[in-house]
Design a protein around this ligand. Structure first.
Ligand code: UDP
Ligand code: MN
Length: 320
C-alpha cells in the first residue's frame, strides 16, 4: 500500500527532477535548440544553416490564415523590416482589408532585423521563407511602405510561368525600368526553391531585386504582371516613404560596387546564416501578425560591406 508520506516524496522527487531538467536545458548551448519553421507533419526541423535560437514553443504553428480555411492556396506576406513602426501600423490594417476583399488566405510575417549589420532585405526574405514555407505555398515579398490602392491588383497564386510582379514599372510610383521586380513580388514556393531564393550578399540599399530578376531569367521563368490596370504611377499605390525621414542606405564600401553588380551563383536560401531570437505574436488593430526577430550573420571576410564602419560586431556585443 502507498501511504501519504510516500506520495509526498514522489511529488517532491518529481518536482526536483523537473527543475533539474529545466536547469540542464537552460545551460544547453544555443545550437542544440531551435525556433523551428511552422509545423507540418512533413516538415524538416531546421531552416538553412541557421534556424537556431532560444527554445520556445511557437503559438503560430499550424496557424490557419485569416478566415479562409478552405482556400486552395495560402499566401505568406514576408515583410522585410527595421525601424518602420509607423508604416507597419498603416500596412497591417490596410493589407488585411485589401486581401479580405479578394478572399486571399494569408498571414503577415514581419521580418525584423535585429543584428547591427546593414539592412539585408533579401536575406530576411530567405529566412522568412524557411519559417513559413511548410504551411504557405506562395509568398509575397512585400515592402512595408507600399500600399496597393487599386482592387484590380489581384494577389493570386502565380502561374506556372513564373513570379507575379504586382508593383510593375508602369504602376510603381518611383521605379520604371522593364526588369524591375522590387516592391511587391509574388512567388510560388517551388519557384523560390528552384532559384535558391535570393542572394545573401546585398547589405545596404539596392540591387538585390535586380539580381533576383536574373535568377528568374536563368531559371527559365518569366515575370508576369497584372493586366488592364486602369490606374497609373500616381494612383495605383501609396508609397508612404519620405526620403528625408527614411534615408536610403546607399553607401558603398570595400569592393561592394564591383561584387554586387554580378550574378551571385553561390549564396541563397540554402546558406543564409541566421538565428531567430524570438517569435512574437502581436495583434495590430485586431489583426494577428507574427514578428520574427532575426539576427543575421555576416562573414566579414566574404562581404565586408555588411559593416562599413567596422563597429557592428562590437555593437552587438556591448549593451550600453
Ligand atoms: N526597410 C526597412 N527598414 C530599413 C530599410 C528598408 O524596414 O531601414 C524595408 C521596408 O519594408 C521598405 C523596404 O525594405 O519598404 C524597401 O526599402 P526602401 O523603402 O528604402 O526602398 P525603396 O523601394 O523605397 O527605394
Ligand atoms: Mn520605400
Amino acid at each position: 500500500m502507498v501511504n501519504i508520506s510516500t506520495i509526498n516524496w514522489l511529488f517532491v522527487c518529481g518536482l526536483c527532477f523537473c527543475l533539474g531538467g529545466i536547469g540542464v536545458l537552460s545551460f544547453m548551448p544555443l545550437s542544440s535548440d531551435c525556433i523551428c519553421p511552422l509545423s507540418n507533419p512533413l516538415a524538416k526541423r531546421t531552416g538553412g544553416e541557421g534556424g537556431v535560437g532560444v527554445m520556445e514553443k511557437i503559438p503560430a504553428a499550424e496557424k490557419q490564415p485569416h478566415d479562409h480555411k478552405a482556400a486552395a492556396h495560402k499566401l505568406a506576406l514576408l515583410v522585410p523590416f527595421r525601424d518602420r513602426f509607423e508604416e507597419l501600423l498603416q500596412f497591417v490594417p490596410h493589407m488585411t482589408s485589401f486581401l479580405k476583399r479578394q478572399n486571399v488566405a494569408h498571414h503577415i510575417f514581419v521580418l525584423n532585423q535585429v543584428d547591427r549589420f546593414r539592412f539585408n532585405r533579401a536575406s530576411l526574405i530567405n529566412v522568412g521563407f524557411h519559417f513559413a514555407s511548410n504551411v504557405y505555398d506562395y509568398i509575397a515579398m512585400h515592402d512595408v511602405d507600399l500600399l496597393p490602392l487599386n482592387d484590380q491588383l489581384r494577389y493570386e497564386y502565380p502561374s506556372e510561368l513564373g513570379p507575379l510582379h504586382i508593383a510593375g514599372p508602369k504602376l510603381h510610383p518611383k521605379y520604371h525600368y522593364d526588369s524591375f521586380v522590387g516592391g511587391i513580388l509574388l512567388v510560388r514556393r517551388e519557384h523560390f526553391q528552384q532559384m535558391n531564393g535570393m542572394s545573401n550578399q546585398y547589405w545596404g540599399w539596392g540591387l538585390e531585386d535586380d539580381e533576383f530578376f536574373v535568377r528568374i531569367r536563368d531559371a527559365g521563368l518569366q515575370v508576369t504582371r497584372p493586366q488592364n490596370i486602369k490606374t497609373g504611377t500616381n494612383d495605383t499605390f501609396s508609397h508612404i516613404h519620405n526620403r528625408h525621414h527614411r534615408k536610403r542606405d546607399t553607401q558603398k564600401c570595400f569592393n561592394q560596387k564591383e561584387m554586387t553588380r554580378k550574378r551571385d551563383h553561390k549564396t541563397g536560401l540554402d546558406n543564409v546564416k541566421y538565428k531567430i531570437l524570438k517569435v512574437h505574436e502581436l495583434a495590430i488593430d485586431g489583426v494577428d501578425v507574427t514578428i520574427l526577430n532575426i539576427m543575421l550573420d555576416c562573414d566579414v571576410n566574404k562581404t565586408p560591406w555588411c559593416d562599413c564602419s567596422g563597429t557592428a560586431a562590437a555593437a552587438s556585443a556591448v549593451q550600453t
